[in-house]
Design a protein around this ligand. Sequence first.
Ligand SMILES: Nc1nc2c(ncn2[C@@H]2O[C@H](COP(=O)(O)OP(=O)(O)OP(=O)(O)O)[C@@H](O)[C@H]2O)c(=O)[nH]1
Ligand SMILES: [Mg+2]
Length: 523
Amino acid sequence: MTALRRVLSWLPVLQRRRAHTCLTSSATCRLLHKPPRAVGAACPSQLRAFTLSACRSRDTDDLRGSGVHEEEKEEDDEEADDFIDDSEVEELFRLHAPAQQHRVFVVHPDVKWGSRKQHLTTAELMMAEAVGLVNTLDNWRVVEQLIMSTKTPEKKKIFGKGNFQTLTDKIRQTAGITAVFVNVERLFPSSEREFQEAWGVKVFDRYSVVLHIFRCNARTKEAKLQISLAEIPLLRSRLKNEMANLDQQGGGSRYIGGSGETLVEVQQRLLREREMKIRSALEKLRRKRSLLRSQRRHKEFPTVSVLGYTNCGKTTLIKALTGDVGLQPRNQLFATLDVTVHAGQLPSHMTVLYVDTIGFLSQLPHRLIDSFSATLEDIKHSDLLVHVRDISHPETVNQKVNVLRVLKNMQIPDRLMSSMIEVHNKTDLVDNYQLLEPDALPISALEQRGLDGLRTAVEDEIVKSTGKRVLELSVDLSSPQLSWLYKEAAVQDVQVNADEGSAVVTVIISAAAHGRYRKLFTG
Ligand SMILES: Nc1nc2c(ncn2[C@@H]2O[C@H](COP(=O)(O)OP(=O)(O)OP(=O)(O)O)[C@@H](O)[C@H]2O)c(=O)[nH]1
Ligand SMILES: [Mg+2]
């Protein structure tokens, strides 16, 4: 009765009712209108600390250690504590623990002809990616792989009768395997059950393998909650299978001790409750994110989202552009699962915020992407997108098509799509690299080549899209000019002339805010 045991293990979590306090309007005010401190004595490092802390979220671990003021830290902690308890997230997250280790047989169902055939890739490359996914997981190893023809990879009957028998024989003859990974987006629960019965081992699809990877790499509450949400369909499928087994034994439709509910109904209700709980916690996080976004906008720092296929070098590029030593690029699929924000400078010394995002993958089920929609929302709200491509990868064209498809499904605004900068990364790995797409920028993030050209291109687009410029303004320190600038623009530097009671202030300011400034102080 594993199903019943699992249901019972959920109960404590679902029954625990904790009063959550949403972000209050006073917290909002505090974040948006916090007066600048240490203005008179402002030196560039303090200003950097101020601006960094102003745009920092709890998730942006990488901005830590940048000299954040203690008082701001406390306020941040207070505000972050408001939405959901760590232990509660851990409980939700732990419920569906991943398998410890597996020796895996990978099957790639290949469509050789017809409308379902993939034209930009080959069965061998898709198999290589599937193997890469499995090997990303610690203690999971591929022991055998097989490409098997099919006409209907998305149907319940993936393989024809003869092929299925051949496959079953091969799997049964392979010693020591503990799992089979069928490289399709998502298996029907009934197919999963049928395969498991025929092969006598656990069966995974892309959805479940990618989820395992996500799970192993998740660090923050938000990532953990998003993963727990993405697991709900898996739990539903499992439930269906376990219920089918119970029904065969005549147990699933019996009422539980006077409750008026059958075991199936109890399980379904608990799953619904679990889903609602996760969604509500994520909604609170979404509100917090949107608050941080408006705070960043308010501070007038333009944001640049760096996106692309997984492992293309996004994190390495942001590290190279910002010098942020906290960033840890890894040769691993889905190393980045949390959106983090990092400040960097453009040629005119304008500070921009680079947003590191979760990588894309082909045939990633929509539901999985949907679960990460709160994180991906940052992309929609940025001022500019930079699409990083691993130009050394044999599937680079297919990867680009997939990234563009996901962006289209996410309904990214046209203005962002048309101004998007495409970067060809890892050119150091390509012999005699030649740029065949004139609008793209060739770089090597690892060897820090081509970055000046990229910074200039980013600045040009930012100026075009936001109308923001870097200006040096002379301010009278006895007037409220400087504090106004702190509130309405992004102050980059203050050079104080103590004898004259004035300062030269470098700011990033929009045309509209500059107009207001002139009207107020120089009119
Ligand atoms: N040779 C070479 N390797 C690079 C370059 N850029 C990144 N890499 C390597 O590619 C691997 C992945 O880099 P990341 O920056 O973690 O890639 P990512 O796109 O952030 O990956 P995910 O967060 O997993 O989606 C690491 O081993 C990097 O060192 C480059 O320009 N040249
Ligand atoms: Mg990354």
